[in-house]
Design a protein around this ligand. Structure first.
Ligand SMILES: C[S@@+](CC[C@H](N)C(=O)[O-])C[C@H]1O[C@@H](n2cnc3c(N)ncnc32)[C@H](O)[C@@H]1O
Length: 274
């Protein structure tokens, strides 16, 4: 792909989704866009870029942005945050809200393994509370949201992180794939939310998982997203980032907490709770 076409794609992806595609990643853009170019009748991605340039932002541009996202995920990814949710974060929140709904926002849910892991964890360990938990599962990618909606996973996907006991209890075999049971699907509220733009109205968020997505943004975008997320939180809510992500260098009013198992999460500064 020529430099000018690559720059056009990079700028569009940054502008629309906040995602930074590093210089030198022409091969990535080329490989992700080849089949879309073919489906539009082009033999080269250059021609797809020319088509994009010739018209105002629309469905084709949106699809290009979607194709440049990275959707890597797995069930119970990194384990520790899920353990901390089970043993420390959720017991406290349930105790302080005996009759109220609890809202969890999984803000870059990809193909659904993360929100369904949460749904399984809650059904398994807090069965009485499950009916009052709502898990908002959002992503910028319509394709990923459609996958989450289907809730079907291959042998390979369930083999990555899903304990055999959970597989037997919460999934059924449908046409050679595993499908989540309807009671898990019922706990999810699927939304298309682009983190780089204003969030739609949401109830106060008690637990926010925004894992392995901030790494794709620059500092200014991260700061903006985290400060809007901070405002969306309940006063005693918790934010969980990915293993390689921190709030270091971002002046956002959140305090770092470390769990007994060394899991890390963030909470609004305590002085505000008084
Ligand atoms: C690497 S996956 C992480 C999935 C999951 N959170 C995990 O940790 O396993 C990153 C997800 O972020 C989504 N994403 C990227 N940019 C986004 C944006 N601006 N708004 C919302 N989602 C975005 C991608 O579509 C992708 O599904």
């Amino acid at each position: 792909m020529q430099a000018a076409s690559f720059d056009y794609i990079r700028q569009m992806v940054k502008q629309q989704a906040g995602i930074v595609v590093e210089p030198g990643k022409e091969y990535l853009a080329e490989s992700r866009l080849t089949s879309l170019a073919r489906s539009q009748g082009h033999s080269a991605t250059e021609d797809l870029v020319a088509q994009l340039r010739s018209r105002p932002f629309g469905e084709l541009h949106r699809r290009v942005v979607e194709l440049l996202t990275t959707n890597e995920t797995s069930f119970f990814r990194d384990q520790r945050p899920f353990e901390a949710l089970r043993t420390e974060i959720l017991p406290k929140l349930f105790a302080s809200r005996p009759d109220r709904r609890l809202t969890i926002w999984c803000a870059a849910a990809s193909s659904g393994q993360e929100p369904y892991s949460l749904a399984m964890l809650i059904r398994e360990h807090f069965p009485q509370a499950a009916s009052r938990v709502r898990i908002v599962a959002s992503d910028i990618s319509r394709e990923m949201l459609a996958r989450t909606e289907r809730g079907t996973y291959s042998q390979f996907e369930v083999g990555r992180g899903l304990p055999a006991t959970m597989l037997a209890k919460y999934m059924t075999m449908v046409g050679g794939e595993y499908q989540v049971r309807p009671e898990l699907r019922a706990m999810l509220d699927l939304r298309e939310i682009n983190l780089a733009t204003q969030f739609p109205p949401l109830p106060p968020i008690d637990v926010l998982l925004v894992r392995n997505v901030l790494i794709y943004f620059d500092l200014e975008t991260k700061r903006d997203i985290l400060s809007r997320m901070r405002r969306a939180l309940s006063p005693d809510g918790a934010v969980i980032l990915g293993g390689a992500e921190t709030t270091l260098g971002i002046d956002v009013d959140l305090e770092r907490c470390t769990g007994a198992n060394k899991a890390v999460w963030y909470q609004p500064n305590r002085k505000e709770l008084r």
